[in-house]
Write a protein of this length. Structure first.
Length: 322
Protein backbone atom coordinates (compact mmCIF):
# COMPACT_ATOMS: atom_id res chain seq x y z
CA UNK A 1 0.00 0.00 0.00
CA UNK A 2 1.99 2.95 -1.27
CA UNK A 3 -0.31 5.77 -0.20
CA UNK A 4 0.92 9.02 1.30
CA UNK A 5 -1.86 10.51 3.37
CA UNK A 6 -2.45 14.04 4.70
CA UNK A 7 -4.84 14.36 7.64
CA UNK A 8 -6.19 17.90 8.02
CA UNK A 9 -7.64 18.40 11.50
CA UNK A 10 -5.56 15.59 12.99
CA UNK A 11 -5.81 16.94 16.56
CA UNK A 12 -9.58 16.56 16.84
CA UNK A 13 -11.41 13.77 18.64
CA UNK A 14 -11.46 11.38 15.66
CA UNK A 15 -8.35 12.75 13.94
CA UNK A 16 -6.08 11.96 16.89
CA UNK A 17 -6.88 8.25 16.91
CA UNK A 18 -7.25 7.98 13.14
CA UNK A 19 -3.71 9.34 12.73
CA UNK A 20 -2.20 6.71 15.02
CA UNK A 21 -4.15 3.87 13.40
CA UNK A 22 -3.19 4.97 9.87
CA UNK A 23 0.47 5.21 10.92
CA UNK A 24 0.29 1.63 12.17
CA UNK A 25 -1.23 0.52 8.83
CA UNK A 26 0.81 2.52 6.29
CA UNK A 27 3.96 3.40 8.26
CA UNK A 28 4.72 6.52 10.31
CA UNK A 29 6.37 8.52 7.54
CA UNK A 30 3.50 7.92 5.11
CA UNK A 31 0.97 9.74 7.32
CA UNK A 32 1.35 13.52 7.54
CA UNK A 33 -0.72 14.89 10.41
CA UNK A 34 -1.72 18.55 10.39
CA UNK A 35 -3.82 20.99 12.36
CA UNK A 36 -3.98 24.66 13.22
CA UNK A 37 -2.11 23.83 16.45
CA UNK A 38 0.38 21.17 17.52
CA UNK A 39 -0.90 17.78 18.62
CA UNK A 40 -0.14 15.62 21.64
CA UNK A 41 3.26 14.08 22.29
CA UNK A 42 2.44 10.80 20.52
CA UNK A 43 1.34 12.56 17.36
CA UNK A 44 4.27 14.96 17.23
CA UNK A 45 6.90 12.25 17.78
CA UNK A 46 5.46 9.34 15.79
CA UNK A 47 5.57 10.94 12.34
CA UNK A 48 5.56 14.14 10.25
CA UNK A 49 3.41 17.07 11.39
CA UNK A 50 2.57 20.36 9.67
CA UNK A 51 0.70 23.44 10.92
CA UNK A 52 -2.19 24.00 8.48
CA UNK A 53 -5.24 26.23 8.57
CA UNK A 54 -7.87 24.09 6.79
CA UNK A 55 -9.05 27.15 4.83
CA UNK A 56 -5.55 28.07 3.58
CA UNK A 57 -5.39 26.64 0.05
CA UNK A 58 -1.79 27.67 -0.65
CA UNK A 59 -0.37 26.02 2.46
CA UNK A 60 -2.32 22.84 1.73
CA UNK A 61 -0.90 22.76 -1.82
CA UNK A 62 2.66 23.26 -0.51
CA UNK A 63 2.30 20.33 1.91
CA UNK A 64 0.76 18.12 -0.80
CA UNK A 65 3.68 18.87 -3.11
CA UNK A 66 6.29 18.54 -0.35
CA UNK A 67 5.22 15.01 0.61
CA UNK A 68 3.71 13.88 -2.73
CA UNK A 69 0.34 13.30 -1.04
CA UNK A 70 -2.07 10.83 -2.69
CA UNK A 71 -5.00 10.99 -0.21
CA UNK A 72 -6.45 13.71 2.01
CA UNK A 73 -8.59 12.98 5.06
CA UNK A 74 -10.34 16.28 5.84
CA UNK A 75 -11.29 15.98 9.53
CA UNK A 76 -11.31 19.71 10.40
CA UNK A 77 -14.75 21.03 11.39
CA UNK A 78 -16.60 23.09 13.96
CA UNK A 79 -19.01 20.70 15.70
CA UNK A 80 -22.71 21.05 16.49
CA UNK A 81 -22.90 22.82 19.87
CA UNK A 82 -19.95 25.14 19.13
CA UNK A 83 -21.26 25.93 15.64
CA UNK A 84 -24.54 27.21 17.09
CA UNK A 85 -22.54 29.83 18.99
CA UNK A 86 -20.44 30.86 15.96
CA UNK A 87 -22.59 30.11 12.89
CA UNK A 88 -20.69 32.21 10.34
CA UNK A 89 -17.28 30.87 11.41
CA UNK A 90 -18.62 27.31 11.39
CA UNK A 91 -20.01 27.65 7.87
CA UNK A 92 -16.79 29.18 6.54
CA UNK A 93 -14.56 26.53 8.09
CA UNK A 94 -16.76 23.54 7.28
CA UNK A 95 -17.55 24.56 3.68
CA UNK A 96 -14.44 26.37 2.47
CA UNK A 97 -12.08 23.61 3.63
CA UNK A 98 -14.11 20.98 1.76
CA UNK A 99 -14.31 22.97 -1.48
CA UNK A 100 -10.54 23.57 -1.40
CA UNK A 101 -9.78 19.85 -1.09
CA UNK A 102 -12.37 18.82 -3.69
CA UNK A 103 -10.86 21.32 -6.12
CA UNK A 104 -7.37 19.91 -5.53
CA UNK A 105 -8.71 16.44 -6.34
CA UNK A 106 -10.43 17.79 -9.43
CA UNK A 107 -7.10 19.33 -10.49
CA UNK A 108 -5.45 15.87 -10.00
CA UNK A 109 -3.12 17.05 -7.23
CA UNK A 110 -4.48 14.16 -5.13
CA UNK A 111 -6.21 10.88 -6.00
CA UNK A 112 -8.67 10.37 -3.16
CA UNK A 113 -10.56 12.37 -0.53
CA UNK A 114 -12.22 11.37 2.75
CA UNK A 115 -14.71 13.79 4.29
CA UNK A 116 -16.88 13.00 7.33
CA UNK A 117 -20.57 13.79 7.48
CA UNK A 118 -22.80 13.25 10.51
CA UNK A 119 -26.26 12.25 11.73
CA UNK A 120 -26.66 16.03 12.13
CA UNK A 121 -27.41 16.10 8.38
CA UNK A 122 -30.85 14.71 9.27
CA UNK A 123 -33.51 16.90 10.86
CA UNK A 124 -36.85 16.88 12.72
CA UNK A 125 -38.73 15.72 9.60
CA UNK A 126 -36.48 12.70 9.05
CA UNK A 127 -37.76 9.34 10.34
CA UNK A 128 -36.41 8.90 13.88
CA UNK A 129 -36.25 5.10 14.01
CA UNK A 130 -34.32 3.07 11.43
CA UNK A 131 -33.51 6.29 9.58
CA UNK A 132 -32.90 5.15 5.98
CA UNK A 133 -29.88 5.88 3.80
CA UNK A 134 -32.04 8.04 1.55
CA UNK A 135 -34.80 10.03 3.22
CA UNK A 136 -36.05 13.54 4.00
CA UNK A 137 -33.13 15.63 5.26
CA UNK A 138 -33.95 19.09 6.61
CA UNK A 139 -31.33 19.90 9.28
CA UNK A 140 -32.03 22.76 11.69
CA UNK A 141 -28.48 23.36 12.98
CA UNK A 142 -25.60 25.19 11.32
CA UNK A 143 -23.46 22.08 11.63
CA UNK A 144 -26.17 19.94 10.03
CA UNK A 145 -26.72 22.44 7.22
CA UNK A 146 -22.99 22.42 6.46
CA UNK A 147 -22.99 18.61 6.42
CA UNK A 148 -25.95 18.20 4.05
CA UNK A 149 -24.45 20.85 1.76
CA UNK A 150 -21.06 19.12 1.93
CA UNK A 151 -22.60 15.76 1.03
CA UNK A 152 -24.09 17.25 -2.12
CA UNK A 153 -20.81 18.95 -3.04
CA UNK A 154 -19.04 15.58 -2.71
CA UNK A 155 -21.60 13.90 -4.93
CA UNK A 156 -21.41 16.77 -7.44
CA UNK A 157 -17.61 16.59 -7.73
CA UNK A 158 -17.80 12.81 -8.14
CA UNK A 159 -20.51 12.93 -10.82
CA UNK A 160 -19.16 15.94 -12.74
CA UNK A 161 -15.38 15.61 -12.37
CA UNK A 162 -14.84 11.96 -11.36
CA UNK A 163 -13.41 12.89 -7.95
CA UNK A 164 -13.02 9.79 -5.77
CA UNK A 165 -14.47 11.22 -2.56
CA UNK A 166 -15.84 8.98 0.19
CA UNK A 167 -17.87 9.82 3.27
CA UNK A 168 -19.54 8.41 6.38
CA UNK A 169 -22.32 9.92 8.49
CA UNK A 170 -20.86 9.43 11.95
CA UNK A 171 -23.12 8.90 14.95
CA UNK A 172 -21.92 10.11 18.35
CA UNK A 173 -18.31 8.97 18.85
CA UNK A 174 -17.09 7.79 22.25
CA UNK A 175 -13.43 7.57 23.28
CA UNK A 176 -11.29 7.69 26.40
CA UNK A 177 -8.21 9.02 24.59
CA UNK A 178 -9.26 12.50 23.46
CA UNK A 179 -11.48 15.16 24.91
CA UNK A 180 -14.72 15.83 23.03
CA UNK A 181 -14.80 18.93 20.84
CA UNK A 182 -18.15 20.63 21.37
CA UNK A 183 -20.67 18.08 20.14
CA UNK A 184 -24.17 17.27 21.38
CA UNK A 185 -23.30 13.61 22.01
CA UNK A 186 -20.36 14.58 24.24
CA UNK A 187 -22.24 13.63 27.40
CA UNK A 188 -21.55 9.99 26.54
CA UNK A 189 -17.82 10.66 26.91
CA UNK A 190 -17.95 12.96 29.94
CA UNK A 191 -20.18 10.62 31.90
CA UNK A 192 -17.45 7.94 32.14
CA UNK A 193 -14.83 10.38 33.40
CA UNK A 194 -17.20 11.92 35.95
CA UNK A 195 -18.29 8.47 37.11
CA UNK A 196 -14.71 7.59 38.01
CA UNK A 197 -13.59 11.02 39.24
CA UNK A 198 -16.69 12.16 41.16
CA UNK A 199 -19.14 9.26 41.25
CA UNK A 200 -21.87 11.48 39.81
CA UNK A 201 -22.78 13.31 36.61
CA UNK A 202 -25.21 16.08 35.64
CA UNK A 203 -26.41 15.37 32.11
CA UNK A 204 -27.30 18.20 29.69
CA UNK A 205 -29.83 15.93 27.93
CA UNK A 206 -33.05 14.41 29.30
CA UNK A 207 -32.87 10.84 30.55
CA UNK A 208 -34.84 9.29 27.66
CA UNK A 209 -32.98 11.02 24.80
CA UNK A 210 -32.01 8.14 22.51
CA UNK A 211 -29.16 8.80 20.07
CA UNK A 212 -27.00 6.63 17.77
CA UNK A 213 -23.50 6.10 19.16
CA UNK A 214 -20.27 4.31 18.29
CA UNK A 215 -17.03 3.41 20.06
CA UNK A 216 -14.02 5.17 18.54
CA UNK A 217 -12.27 1.96 17.49
CA UNK A 218 -15.23 1.06 15.28
CA UNK A 219 -15.41 4.57 13.79
CA UNK A 220 -11.71 4.59 12.91
CA UNK A 221 -11.87 1.10 11.41
CA UNK A 222 -14.91 2.04 9.31
CA UNK A 223 -13.13 5.17 8.02
CA UNK A 224 -10.08 3.22 6.89
CA UNK A 225 -12.23 0.41 5.51
CA UNK A 226 -14.27 2.66 3.21
CA UNK A 227 -11.08 4.30 1.93
CA UNK A 228 -9.51 0.91 1.20
CA UNK A 229 -12.64 -0.47 -0.48
CA UNK A 230 -12.60 -1.02 -4.24
CA UNK A 231 -13.96 2.05 -6.00
CA UNK A 232 -16.79 0.00 -7.50
CA UNK A 233 -18.01 -0.99 -4.03
CA UNK A 234 -18.52 2.65 -2.99
CA UNK A 235 -21.87 3.29 -4.61
CA UNK A 236 -23.08 6.16 -2.41
CA UNK A 237 -21.18 9.40 -2.98
CA UNK A 238 -23.14 11.68 -0.68
CA UNK A 239 -22.39 9.86 2.59
CA UNK A 240 -23.07 6.44 4.10
CA UNK A 241 -25.20 5.90 7.19
CA UNK A 242 -23.12 4.20 9.89
CA UNK A 243 -24.42 2.63 13.09
CA UNK A 244 -23.37 0.44 16.00
CA UNK A 245 -25.65 1.09 19.01
CA UNK A 246 -28.32 3.49 20.27
CA UNK A 247 -28.95 4.33 23.91
CA UNK A 248 -30.28 6.97 26.32
CA UNK A 249 -28.48 8.71 29.21
CA UNK A 250 -30.53 6.56 31.58
CA UNK A 251 -29.35 3.36 29.86
CA UNK A 252 -25.66 4.33 29.83
CA UNK A 253 -25.92 5.29 33.53
CA UNK A 254 -27.47 1.90 34.28
CA UNK A 255 -24.57 0.15 32.53
CA UNK A 256 -22.03 2.23 34.48
CA UNK A 257 -23.77 1.28 37.76
CA UNK A 258 -22.94 -2.37 37.08
CA UNK A 259 -19.29 -1.36 37.58
CA UNK A 260 -19.74 1.60 39.99
CA UNK A 261 -22.86 0.78 42.06
CA UNK A 262 -22.96 4.15 43.88
CA UNK A 263 -22.84 6.21 40.66
CA UNK A 264 -25.53 8.89 40.52
CA UNK A 265 -26.89 10.80 37.51
CA UNK A 266 -29.03 13.93 37.43
CA UNK A 267 -30.51 15.82 34.50
CA UNK A 268 -30.49 19.51 33.57
CA UNK A 269 -31.14 19.90 29.87
CA UNK A 270 -29.82 22.94 27.99
CA UNK A 271 -29.82 24.20 24.37
CA UNK A 272 -28.29 20.92 23.23
CA UNK A 273 -31.57 19.13 23.98
CA UNK A 274 -33.26 20.79 20.99
CA UNK A 275 -30.34 19.72 18.79
CA UNK A 276 -30.60 16.11 20.02
CA UNK A 277 -34.37 16.09 19.48
CA UNK A 278 -33.84 16.92 15.81
CA UNK A 279 -31.59 13.90 15.23
CA UNK A 280 -32.35 10.22 14.54
CA UNK A 281 -32.64 7.73 17.39
CA UNK A 282 -31.68 4.59 15.47
CA UNK A 283 -29.85 4.51 12.12
CA UNK A 284 -30.32 2.00 9.29
CA UNK A 285 -26.83 1.38 7.90
CA UNK A 286 -27.66 -1.69 5.80
CA UNK A 287 -26.31 0.01 2.67
CA UNK A 288 -22.78 0.29 4.13
CA UNK A 289 -22.96 -3.30 5.39
CA UNK A 290 -24.01 -4.48 1.92
CA UNK A 291 -21.69 -2.34 -0.26
CA UNK A 292 -18.36 -2.59 1.59
CA UNK A 293 -19.10 -5.16 4.31
CA UNK A 294 -19.17 -2.78 7.30
CA UNK A 295 -19.51 -4.53 10.68
CA UNK A 296 -19.26 -3.04 14.15
CA UNK A 297 -17.51 -4.73 17.06
CA UNK A 298 -18.62 -2.85 20.21
CA UNK A 299 -22.02 -2.62 21.93
CA UNK A 300 -22.91 -0.60 25.07
CA UNK A 301 -21.78 -3.32 27.47
CA UNK A 302 -18.37 -3.98 25.86
CA UNK A 303 -17.75 -0.26 25.26
CA UNK A 304 -18.52 0.64 28.90
CA UNK A 305 -16.10 -2.01 30.09
CA UNK A 306 -13.35 -0.66 27.77
CA UNK A 307 -13.98 2.97 28.72
CA UNK A 308 -13.87 2.43 32.49
CA UNK A 309 -10.82 0.15 32.41
CA UNK A 310 -8.81 2.52 30.21
CA UNK A 311 -9.77 5.73 32.03
CA UNK A 312 -8.67 4.14 35.32
CA UNK A 313 -5.37 3.04 33.75
CA UNK A 314 -4.88 6.52 32.34
CA UNK A 315 -5.44 8.15 35.72
CA UNK A 316 -3.09 5.68 37.39
CA UNK A 317 -0.41 6.63 34.89
CA UNK A 318 -0.37 3.25 33.16
CA UNK A 319 -1.63 4.85 29.93
CA UNK A 320 -0.77 8.35 28.60
CA UNK A 321 -3.21 11.13 29.49
CA UNK A 322 -5.10 13.27 27.02
Amino acid sequence: MSETILIIGACGQIGTELTQKLRSVYGNNSIIASDIREGNEDMMHSGPFEIIDATDRETIIKVIEKYKITQVYLMAAMLSATAEKYPQKAWELNMNSLLIVLDLAKEKLIKQVYWPSSIAAFGPTSPKVNTPQQTVMEPTTVYGISKIAGEHWCNYYHQKFGVDVRSIRYPGIISWKTKPGGGTTDYAVDIYFKAIEEGKYECFLEEDTRLPMMYMEDAVNATIQIMQADEKEVKTRTSYNLAAMSFTPKEIASEIKKHIPNFEISYKSDFRQAIANSWPQVIDDSQARKDWNWQHKFDLESMTNEMLINIKKQQEGVLPSM
